[in-house]
Design a protein around this ligand. Structure first.
Ligand SMILES: [Zn+2]
Length: 397
């Protein structure tokens, strides 16, 4: 008997891979940790076969806004717990660490984890240092907290895992410094030729003033935050500054968290033809038990808002991979790392809630089935708070 061609074949799932223009029922074959083939009838050449009929086979999910500098920063959560529950293969930390404490993040969290953990480095030297239930201290209120040269030097030494610069803008985070903090962060990102991820909070500065300064490829995170200071004008339409920003290539990211997903904003934006570019969770210590929970739950939420399954998958795989300039991730092309997320879509009567307490009756939920990281099977955990709301079998669209 000839030696098997493939180590593992996932047989019969609906494969959704935007980058390679794939959406259909087929097999995915893995060899030596990489995608070896995608097509029909691959199982006969495999050492091991997993039947995933009726399931969705997607590139490994990428959450580009998490906080996982666990136990060293007060806002962060355990990356393993989050990756298992949300069926992610790649977690990108959004500025929990700055130049002053990044080395600990790398040595004590990133390299200890089996998952791909990447980071935006905070322009603030101490990172997000004072954030917890009842504690909220701005990390970008003084120029002396934002030494551009230190940020640039730390990124230069760690380009393997640092994918961009992060800044939080608005309200008490920046205080009187306001847009001055954004200028310094842009200076660092420009020097590094990397994207800047900018958080938008309460005014000042205004949503328009912030997006006006962003460059092509920069990421506005918390794009569907509720009023006040949302992307929607008094006429119920997306404001001009936001439309202009998208036109020049600024990317808009959900980052649900505990303050940044409002149904009124979301529904107005979608009605006005303004879907997000990327879906992310902003999972942290206050959001991890709802209403944002994690990336997979946030994907379900957007699915229930009317985005299609292929859109939601693309916004959580290929789009974030390109946003962080890691084109090798987020797709299932032959030769790519075998990062794969297997999901099922169930009928459900789950009632979703946004960050201001507005509720919407849902009809469907995505649930994790399996995750492969570099071809290796990883544990997934169900989210118990959702299980009792599943009312029917998964769909087969
Ligand atoms: Zn965040």
């Amino acid at each position: 008997m000839p030696a098997a061609t493939y180590d593992l074949v996932l047989r019969g799932g609906r494969v959704i891979d935007e980058r390679n223009s794939v959406d259909g029922v087929m097999d995915v074959a893995i060899k030596a940790g990489r995608i070896a083939a995608v097509g029909a009838d691959l199982a006969k050449d495999a050492t091991r076969v997993e039947d995933v009929t009726g399931a969705i086979v997607a590139p490994g999910l990428i959450d580009i806004h998490t906080h996982v500098y666990h136990k060293a920063t007060s806002l962060s959560v355990d990356p393993g717990f989050i990756a298992r529950r949300s069926a992610c293969t790649t977690l990108v930390d959004a500025g929990s660490a700055g130049a002053g404490n990044y080395d600990g993040f790398r040595d004590y969290v990133m390299i200890q984890s089996p998952y791909r953990i990447l980071a935006f480095l905070n322009i603030s030297f101490p990172g997000i240092f004072g954030f917890d239930k009842g504690v909220s201290i701005g990390e970008a209120t003084m120029r002396s907290m934002l030494p551009v040269d230190r940020c640039v030097a730390k990124v230069e030494q760690n380009r393997d895992r640092i994918v961009g610069v992060k800044v939080r803008i608005g309200g008490i985070v920046t205080g009187d410094l306001g847009l001055g903090a954004l200028e310094l962060a842009l200076e660092a990102a420009e020097a590094l030729d990397l994207p800047l991820m900018t958080h938008i909070g309460t005014a000042p500065p205004s949503y328009a003033d912030v997006v006006d300064m962003l460059r092509p490829g920069d990421i506005l995170t918390h794009c569907y935050r509720p009023d006040p200071n949302s992307a929607i004008g008094p006429d119920g339409k997306v404001i001009d500054a936001v439309l202009k920003a998208r036109e020049r290539g600024v990317l808009f990211d959900i980052a649900h968290g505990m303050g940044a997903f409002g149904y009124e904003t979301t529904e107005a934006a979608l009605k006005d033809g303004f879907p997000p570019d990327v879906i992310s969770s902003d999972v942290h210590v206050i959001a991890v038990e709802g209403p944002g929970y994690d990336l997979l739950h946030t994907m379900s939420k957007l699915l229930n808002c009317g985005l299609s399954l292929p859109q939601v998958i693309a916004m959580s795989t290929s789009r974030p991979a390109l946003a962080i300039r890691r084109p090798e991730l987020g797709h299932l092309g032959v030769g790519a790392p075998a990062d794969i997320t297997v999901l099922r879509q169930y009928d459900s009567n789950y009632v979703f809630e946004d960050v201001v307490g507005t509720r919407r009756q849902g009809s469907t939920l995505l649930q994790p089935v399996a995750v492969y990281l570099d071809g290796k099977s990883m544990e997934v955990s169900r989210r118990p708070f959702e299980e009792s709301f599943l009312t029917g079998h998964h769909h087969q669209h």
